[in-house]
Design a protein around this ligand. Structure first.
Ligand SMILES: [Zn+2]
Length: 549
């Protein structure tokens, strides 16, 4: 039952989604669902509306009946009440009541959720007969039920509906393709699954772990059963291709990906010449050494193309406000000037400090001063300087304005300025963009010191895939420890691990003689410290398939 509830909830969410997409011109099913706990204000409004409505409906009994049926269909769906829904549908047909596509979609969503496929089909057929427009929501309910239904799984029929939907000019989405790709994969129809997956990509729909895991599993099955529908080299190509896409799109794979990997490597490509060892629950030490195979994991940073894209995205967000263009140009020419005169080493820094985040750290107690804590900032700056690092302190102009700084800190701030480690963010600008752009621009192993998790809405506007990968490699967290002689407190920096937490592989496992070969894979698991280590040793000197440099 709980599974069905989840499906119902997902279906409801789906409606909400289509409502947002279609704007206000189209009434969604959720609007005909009665509110659960109306407030007094809502009750009054409803009363007024219903009075007005009663007047209106008294003059139009047909409209009144239609509204009443829509409401009852909505309630049946809310209550998961299939018998009532079916009774309503019988009445609707007998009395030729038009409940609109919202009403019919609610019926189909309910019936398909409970796998009443034949009855759902009857509603669909009736909609066609009565020329009720089929919306994307209608198709998605039907396609999902056909592709994934436990009683009858007919992904081909679902794909026919998808083709029909596309022919009506409706824009497909991930949810239009995903159940059918997964349905084909579950049935072992590897060619159909990949063909549809390719079509989905041509519509610029980005896959998720759900489809990728389904494809990996069907590859494993095809390899095990051999040749029936594209075994051999072709299935290997497909497996490595999906793994590459997974590496690109999924930062931390879940249980499903682990299972798929195990299934794939459970069947050796050439059993006589291969020794495969898959170990779960492996620990990687702080130097990146795998506790199982002893290989050292890599630190994988953004490609220069990806970091360029990230910079462009940040810049576009800054320049969305044209008034900022002048300041931004000056800032960029300062940064670029630094790159051009790299010989003299300016701007010379390897650590970027988010001054406001350090300065406001633990400063939200009752008597806290309104300004940043200049001492905290100074502890962090000095922590790095003492270790031979070159910090660049990013602070908004309001924090370094002599007229606003408490007199006792004016000298401290002047010192930062004179040592050339202060980047002042002009008024009207958000300092987040300056420290982010600066750190990404500098590249290499440049660290960004901030405890900001960067989950604000404006970070959400960046491509999360690229941004989160960058963050994993460059963000350093800070905290303060004990008091030190001569004032101040010790600073603890939690820098990124020396290796990347992402799918790593396939990596060559060539050993001394050159006769042996093979590949290794290392996979983290979402929400866990455990890794999976896969070692494939080839005894005949044969090279790995699709082995990457
Ligand atoms: Zn290993």
């Amino acid at each position: 039952m709980s599974v069905k509830r989840d499906v119902a909830a997902a279906a409801l969410d789906m409606e909400g989604d289509s409502k947002r997409r279609n704007g206000s011109t189209q009434q969604s099913t959720s609007e005909i669902l009665p509110q659960k706990e109306p407030t007094e204000e809502q009750k009054n409004r409803m009363l007024k509306q219903s009075k007005r409505m009663k007047k209106l409906l008294a003059s139009d009994p047909a409209a009144a009946e239609k509204m009443d049926y829509r409401r009852r269909v909505g309630m049946a769906r809310r209550d998961d009440d299939v018998p009532t829904a079916l009774q309503l549908f019988t009445d609707i047909q007998a009395r030729n009541i038009d409940v609109g596509h919202e009403g019919f979609n609610a019926l189909i969503a309910l019936l398909t959720t409970f796998e009443r496929q034949a009855e759902a089909e009857a509603v669909l057929t009736y909609m066609r007969e009565k020329h009720v427009p089929l919306t994307e929501a209608t198709y998605v309910s039907m396609m999902r039920a056909l592709a994934l239904g436990s009683k009858l799984q007919k992904p081909e029929a679902a794909e026919a509906l998808l083709d029909e939907m596309l022919s009506t000019g409706q824009r497909p989405r991930l949810r239009s393709y995903s159940p059918i790709v997964v349905g084909y994969a579950q049935q072992g129809k590897i060619n159909a699954a990949f063909q549809l997956y390719d079509k989905m990509l041509t519509h610029k729909i980005e896959p998720t772990e759900v489809e990728l895991v389904a494809l990996l599993k069907v590859c494993g099955e095809a390899r095990r059963e051999g040749g029936k529908e594209g075994g051999g080299k072709k299935v290997e190509e497909r497996f490595y291709r999906v793994m590459r896409e997974m590496q690109e799109l999924v930062l931390e794979p879940g249980e499903g990906a682990w299972e798929a990997m195990k299934e794939w490597f459970a069947t050796a490509a050439t059993p006589a010449a291969e020794e495969v060892k898959v170990t779960s629950g492996v620990v990687i030490d702080n130097k990146g050494v795998c506790g199982e195979c002893g290989q050292v994991l890599d630190s994988i940073d953004l490609t220069s193309q990806a970091s360029g894209e990230l910079l462009t995205m940040v810049e576009e967000l800054v320049l969305a406000e044209p008034a900022r263009a002048g300041d931004w140009e000056m800032f960029k020419s300062w940064l670029e000037g630094g790159r051009e005169s790299a010989r003299t080493g300016w701007p010379e820094f390897d650590v970027v400090v988010d001054g406001a985040n350090v300065g406001y750290f633990q400063m939200n107690y009752a008597q806290a001063p309104p300004h940043v804590n200049y001492e905290q900032i100074s502890w962090v700056v000095e922590h790095f300087e003492r270790r031979g690092k070159r910090p660049l302190l990013v602070l908004h102009a309001r924090h370094v304005d002599d007229r606003k700084i408490p007199p006792e800190y004016v000298g401290l701030v002047r010192g930062w300025r004179e040592r050339g480690l202060l980047l002042v963010v002009p008024y009207r600008n958000n300092d987040d963009w300056f420290w982010l752009f600066t750190t990404v621009f500098k590249g290499g192993r440049t660290l960004l010191v901030t405890n900001d998790e960067m989950r604000d809405h404006h970070f959400q506007m960046l491509s999360q895939r690229t941004f989160l990968r960058w963050k994993e490699r460059h963000q350093a967290y800070f905290s303060f420890g004990g008091h030190e002689r001569g004032g101040g407190r010790s600073v603890k920096i939690e820098a990124p691990a020396v290796y990347s937490r992402c799918i790593q592989g396939p990596r060559s496992m060539k050993e001394g003689s050159g006769k042996e070969g093979g590949e290794s894979w290392h996979l983290p698991k979402a929400g866990s410290e455990e890794w999976m280590c896969v070692q494939v040793r080839r005894k005949d000197g044969e090279e790995g398939v699709n082995e990457e440099k």
